[in-house]
Write a protein that binds this ligand. Structure first.
Ligand SMILES: Nc1ncnc2c1ncn2[C@@H]1O[C@H](COP(=O)(O)OP(=O)(O)OP(=O)(O)O)[C@@H](O)[C@H]1O
Ligand SMILES: [Mg+2]
Length: 451
């Protein structure tokens, strides 16, 4: 189908010359001799691009452009201007015109500009279609995904959420386990009650115990007052035990008891407290392997894993990338007060080719930085972080010259994480840093810190 271009100029020679040149380029050119005529024709629809003179009798080119931009945001309007009125054209661009051409028009430049404007419009339309699709594939407000594997995840969430069954969420770091936990709580009858989160890896054994079950005044040095634990705080609600694979044997036994008997005592206390909590746990460890090694109790595993929700890594569901990108672009453009129309083909293929060891979290960070770096309304491959531009070689980490120290550290962490197939413990060991430090560097927040 040919693109339709509306050419508005009161000078017959100019509009017919431009039209002839556009027809030669394979477009369908429609002429209008005045602003009002052009506006009437535009309102009939199907115009893909408008070229208009600024000064015309009746409705001026400026006014015409403003109406078009208001009516069809993203539709390119190119302004024609004489040498003396370039300033007006610049003002017009500020008001939403795509670009301007000075008279006498250089036809090669016209050709190029039109081609670029139409390609740009295609991207805008593509982005808009994505945003519309996004609205239809947002089952739980915050979670996005349309791949078959994510649809299965959504389906399991919807079926399991209304019950009281314990749920174990498994998957690599950054796949969205915490979002799954949020969605479960929101879709359960417990939604009006508290959702309490505990980062099990962050705390030492004794601290975790008192965090979970609370303590009586004087139970240990420093216990200056009675403290209610998370099990009490989460009563009638949901308790999210994150990184459950990290808890030690002693706490495992105590947890097992609460899960079985629905009761517990505060540390240093006599009183037995009954509790009604729904347990949702998450881990990026292979708990079955931990059971084999004797690191995790099998009976606790069965209690926690009544329903298993496995969130697959992003590299196994690349179909979700366009929707996620559209959503993150919108979010970060708003946050940064920038207008972003879309992302070009090359950048898109980089996003596809990359392995995403840090999963959706990494994609989100990548889009945030691309939006911040973007020089134009379209994200290009140059706006992407160096990790995506460099393309690693097996066994090596490549860092382009000109990379900041902070960015270099990110590349090292991501590539090591990727090499270790998303295993955080191994990655921390390879990098000779603690798990907590790694967690902080990956998420930008302290492990165990409240949201
Ligand atoms: N399906 C999704 N749609 C939109 N955003 C997502 C999705 N999945 C993950 N995210 C975003 O990615 C980031 C990481 O998600 P989340 O914290 O839930 O991962 P996680 O699996 O708990 O990771 P970790 O194991 O490191 O704790 C968050 O900013 C989250 O909002
Ligand atoms: Mg998490």
């Amino acid at each position: 189908m040919k693109f339709k271009i509306l050419v508005a100029d009161d000078e017959k020679n100019i509009r017919e010359g431009l039209a002839a040149s556009l027809e030669m380029d394979g477009y369908n050119a429609i002429c209008a001799a005045a602003g009002d005529e052009a506006w009437n024709r535009f309102c009939k629809g199907d115009i893909d691009l408008v070229i208009t003179d600024l000064r015309m009798p009746g409705l001026s080119g400026e006014e015409l452009m403003k109406r078009i931009v208001a009516e069809s945001p993203g539709l390119p309007v190119i302004i024609l201007t004489g040498h003396g009125t370039v300033e007006n054209a610049v003002t017009a661009m500020r008001d939403g015109a795509y670009d301007f051409l000075t008279k006498p028009v250089n036809l090669d430049r016209l050709s190029l500009l039109v081609k670029r404007a139409l390609a740009n419009r295609e991207l805008v339309m593509q982005h808009r279609r994505m945003e519309e699709e996004l609205e239809q594939h947002r089952p739980f407000e915050t979670m996005i995904g349309n791949s078959p594997s994510m649809r299965r995840v959504f389906d399991t969430i919807s079926r399991a959420a209304p019950t009281k069954a314990s749920i174990l969420i498994t998957g690599e770091s950054g796949v969205g386990k915490e979002l799954v936990a949020d969605a479960i709580h929101e879709l359960s009858p417990r939604r009006g009650k508290p959702l309490v989160k505990v980062h099990c890896a962050a705390l030492s054994e004794s601290l975790l115990e008192s965090e979970l079950f609370g303590h009586e005044k004087g139970a240990f040095t420093g216990a200056v007052a009675r403290k209610r634990g998370r099990f009490e705080l989460a009563n009638e609600g949901t308790l999210f035990l994150d990184e459950i694979g990290e808890i030690d044997q002693n706490i495992q036994i105590k947890l097992l008891r609460v899960l079985q008997e629905k009761e517990f005592e505060r540390v240093g206390g006599e009183e037995t407290i009954e509790t009604d909590v729904r347990i949702v746990a998450a881990t990026n460890r292979d708990l079955k392997a931990e059971i084999e090694k004797g690191g995790f109790r099998e009976d606790l595993y069965f209690r926690l894993n009544v329903v298993n929700i496995h969130v697959p890594p992003l590299r196994e569901r690349k179909d979700d990338i366009p929707l996620l990108v559209a959503s993150f672009l919108g979010e970060f453009a708003r946050d940064n007060g920038k207008e972003i129309d879309g992302i070009n083909g090359k950048a898109r293929s980089r996003l596809y080719a990359y392995g995403w060891p840090g999963n959706v979290r990494e994609l989100r960070n990548c889009i945030e930085s691309a939006v911040v770096m973007a020089r134009d309304r379209i994200i290009t491959e140059d706006d992407l972080p160096p990790t995506l531009r460099s393309g690693g070689e097996e066994g090596w980490i490549r860092i382009p010259l000109g990379t900041s120290l902070e960015e270099a550290e990110k590349i090292i962490i991501r590539d090591t994480l990727s090499f270790n197939k998303g295993n955080k413990s191994k990655t921390a060991k390879t990098l000779a840093i603690g798990r907590k430090t790694l967690h902080r560097k990956l998420t930008g927040r302290e492990e165990g810190a409240e949201e």
